[in-house]
Design a protein. Structure first.
Ligand SMILES: *Cc1c(COP(=O)(O)O)cnc(C)c1O
Length: 461
């Protein structure tokens, strides 16, 4: 298969969804109405939507068949048992609790194990994970390896955790105050970068030394396993399923958003081996999600996830998935657009700070680039820079570490010609990058401003 350069989508299309062409003039109007915030756009006015890969995937014919098969019994539905079997096939944890999304699993888990004085280390906490840890009064630590902090540095497993830093953190805070260690696969906030099995084993050793459980934030477990198969010694011939089971065997539990590698539009779960924690978690689940055999999901959702988990570990799918993300990233780099390296699994992160040096961080180069991609080509990406991270509770504003625009790729949704179009538009914008101007915020809420803030372009640069 690797002999041919053209990326073949390993599926054909039998149900289509029109996307609407708009003109630059129309998009100028939509931008003004939305206060130059792409979250405020009507999705119908977006041509290629790369805002997120979460819940935006296309379901297969077998998943739609599962939707029809969905059994809506309140307790003990056959759909629940199919879901459970499919989850356990990859993640044989003793207790599995479905939830409506990944963050619900996080909220339940950290309600049980968090609290003031507790410290939860991770390679990098995803933002909802961090928020759920901190909401309980606990502290969230990010301990990714040094290479993971430098956008242009090449490393095969840039999502790895710094195990010396982990050991030091446990000693500093005391093992009794560290209820669990979390490893995010792939490391979303760090650019979709994978974690090696060797690193997971090393983290496990540190955890064992201090009798601390290890949990996976497993949202992109299949993409992570694909990278292990490609890059880690000794795994070239292993099946994706076996690699995933080896990852799972190193952990004591997991949180999951099925909106990612479940290839479902909604859902998630919390799983663990510990009976005492599981009982507390189940009680919380009943309180806010639902009875433990549906956990806030319809039977049909459980079916879609059960089937999605079988499809996501197929090698033809993963080869296409990872190659098509790399195809976009490599093409952008080739036309001179700096991107976080190496290209991650689910998204390409454009370094807007490097592309637009004339725009100071607090005039939001990432916002400027994201708006330009929409204005010129109807493409919606997501600013991950000072708009998202620059605002602090004390009212101060400081620049983020990086000014990025994330182009996240929905699963099985766009074809190579869509991606070629994105490359063409990005190139046109990059060739005129010197003309782009910064933005000022004219309205913002006290927190999480990136979702609702309104902007105004600053006069010609
Ligand atoms: C999306 C995501 C979550 C949260 O899942 P939701 O389903 O959006 O609530 C947690 N961790 C990571 C790494 C994610 O990508």
């Amino acid at each position: 298969m690797d002999r041919w350069k053209t990326i073949i989508e390993p599926h054909r299309i039998k149900s289509v969804e029109p996307i609407r062409m708009t003109t630059v003039e129309e998009r100028d109007g939509y931008l003004r109405e939305s206060g130059y915030n792409l979250f405020n756009l009507h999705a119908a006015d977006v041509l290629i939507d790369l805002l997120t890969d979460s819940g935006t995937g296309a379901m297969s014919a077998e998943q739609w068949a599962g939707i029809q098969r969905g059994d809506e019994s309140y307790a003990g539905s056959p759909s629940w048992y199919r879901f459970l079997e499919s989850v356990r096939e990859l993640f044989p944890f003793k207790h599995v609790m479905p939830t409506h999304q990944g963050r619900a699993a996080e909220r339940i888990l950290f309600s049980v194990v968090g609290g003031p004085g507790r410290v939860v280390p991770s390679n990098t906490h995803f933002d909802t994970t961090r928020a759920n840890v901190e909401f309980t009064g606990a502290q969230a630590l990010d301990l990714v390896i040094e290479a993971g902090r430098h956008p242009s540095e090449i490393h095969p497993f840039k999502g790895n955790m710094d195990t010396d830093a982990l050991e030091a953190a446990i000693r500093r805070h005391g093992a009794a105050n560290v209820p669990l260690v979390m490893v995010t696969v792939t490391n979303n906030s760090g650019g979709g970068q994978p974690v090696s099995l060797a690193n997971l084993r090393a983290v496990r050793e540190v955890c064992d030394r201090h009798a601390i459980p290890l949990f996976l934030d497993a949202c992109r477990f299949a993409e992570n396993a694909w990278f292990i198969k490609q890059r880690e010694d000794g795994y070239a011939d292993a099946s994706i399923g076996d690699i995933v089971r080896e990852m799972a065997a190193l952990a004591d539990g997991m949180t999951m958003s099925a909106k990612k590698d479940g290839i479902a539009n909604i859902g998630g779960w919390l799983a663990m081996n510990d009976d005492v924690w599981a009982e507390q978690a189940r009680n919380l689940e009943i309180l806010t999600e639902g009875f433990p055999t549906y956990g806030g999901l319809a039977g049909r959702d459980l079916e879609a996830i059960a089937q999605g988990l079988r499809e996501v570990v197929e090698e033809d799918y993963l080869r296409y998935r990872i190659r098509s993300t790399a195809y976009l990233g490599e093409a952008l780099v080739e036309v001179g657009i700096p991107c976080v390296q190496p290209i991650g699994g689910h998204a390409v992160y454009v370094d807007a700070g490097a592309l637009l040096p004339q725009i100071p961080p607090l005039q939001y180069p990432g916002q400027s680039l994201a708006v330009a991609l929409y204005r010129e080509g109807g493409i919606r990406g997501c600013e991950i820079g000072s708009v998202m991270f620059g605002q602090h509770a004390d009212g101060l504003e400081t620049p983020a570490a990086m000014e990025l625009v994330r182009l996240a790729i929905p699963r099985r949704v766009y074809t190579q010609s869509h991606v070629d179009y994105v490359i063409e538009v990005a190139r046109w914008v990059a060739e005129r990058a010197g003309d782009l101007r910064g933005y000022r915020i004219v309205e913002q809420p006290p927190q999480l401003r990136h979702f609702t803030a309104r902007f105004e372009p600053i006069g010609e640069a």
